[in-house]
Ligand binder design. Structure first.
Ligand SMILES: O=C(O)CCC(=O)C(=O)O
Length: 292
């Protein structure tokens, strides 16, 4: 039997304080004190600059760019070096931070670059990420790292605090007709009080973590500056990514494709014993990385 083990030790390191973990659980999102070290940020900015330069057509689509760590699985053709994106997603302090929230067994299942070009970068309609994620039980903190400044003027992300608490996925509909320029057209059909929204302004190297059930979105970029952030999507290996349970509604969309998606065990053990690290990989254990 194949053992899915990247490493077998809880590191015991902590990046988040107990108060930050409590705030994340209460609000459904968190901007921690932690920020990327200067050299790590410079490395990320260089990777992003090359990705943007190498993929003018993908960037022109005005959508999030997906799966830089696994470009063969991207929803549209993408020139990217998967090794450097995977290595970045395995940055020790980022995994330590995720470990503080979900424990030491960590799988990467998605990466997205949300690049809003100056003046033209579109809106991300209100949504809950959880909508149709095939992860069971559903837990998947999203780590969104600011590559450029992220401000109200250039369309930073906004959250409805506490809206994750219902653990409802919500009903989402495509609203292309309403806002053809939207970066994500799917919109949550649900009543909530937009006046309670909190704007997540970030300096480069700062990050937020968000719960999959939190209601969030962002406005168009009306500024002359770009607004770019990298989303790293992890889930605890106590949960299972159900490749055969991917909803038609989403799996065909250009933004997100769920079936056939390769998983990468970044740290720890596949506690569930049910995650498949061969799908999307050349070998049976292809998605099991050496631990960091
Ligand atoms: O970058 C944005 O504006 C939206 C980000 C988002 O919706 C996400 O990371 O799930």
């Amino acid at each position: 039997m194949t053992s899915h083990v990247a490493s077998d030790a809880r590191t015991g390191r902590k990046v988040l304080t107990d108060a930050e973990v409590a705030a994340y659980e209460r609000d459904g999102f968190l901007r921690p004190e932690f920020r990327l070290p200067t050299d790590t940020l410079a490395e990320l900015q260089d990777m992003v600059a090359r990705l943007i330069a190498d993929n003018p057509e993908a960037m022109d689509r005005g959508e999030p760019v997906s799966s830089m760590h696994s470009p063969d699985y991207s929803v549209f053709p993408l020139k990217a070096n998967p090794d450097e994106w995977l290595a970045f997603a395995q940055t020790t302090q980022i995994l330590d931070l995720v470990e503080d929230l979900v424990g030491p067994d960590i799988i990467l299942w998605g990466t997205h670059l949300f690049h809003k070009a100056p003046k033209t970068g579109g809106r991300v309609n209100w949504h809950r990420d959880a909508a149709n994620y095939p992860i069971n039980p559903l837990a998947t903190p999203n780590v969104w790292i600011a590559v450029t400044p992220s401000t109200v003027d250039n369309g930073c992300v906004k959250f409805i605090p506490g809206s994750h608490a219902t653990r409802q996925k919500g009903r989402h509909v495509a609203k292309d007709d309403v806002d053809p320029e939207a970066m994500i057209a799917l919109t949550l059909e649900e009543e909530f009080d937009e006046s309670t929204a909190v704007a997540m302004e970030l300096e480069p190297g700062q990050l937020y973590i968000s719960d999959p059930f939190i209601i969030h979105g962002s406005d168009p970029n009306t500024s002359p500056q770009p607004r770019t952030g990298l989303s790293l999507r992890y889930f605890p290996a106590t949960s299972v990514y159900e490749h055969d349970n991917t909803p038609d509604e989403y799996s065909g969309s250009s933004y997100t494709k769920f079936s056939g998606r390769p998983l990468f065990l970044m740290r720890g053990i596949d506690r569930s014993g049910k995650n498949d690290f061969s799908i999307g990989h050349a070998t049976e254990n292809g998605g099991v990385l050496t631990a960091r």
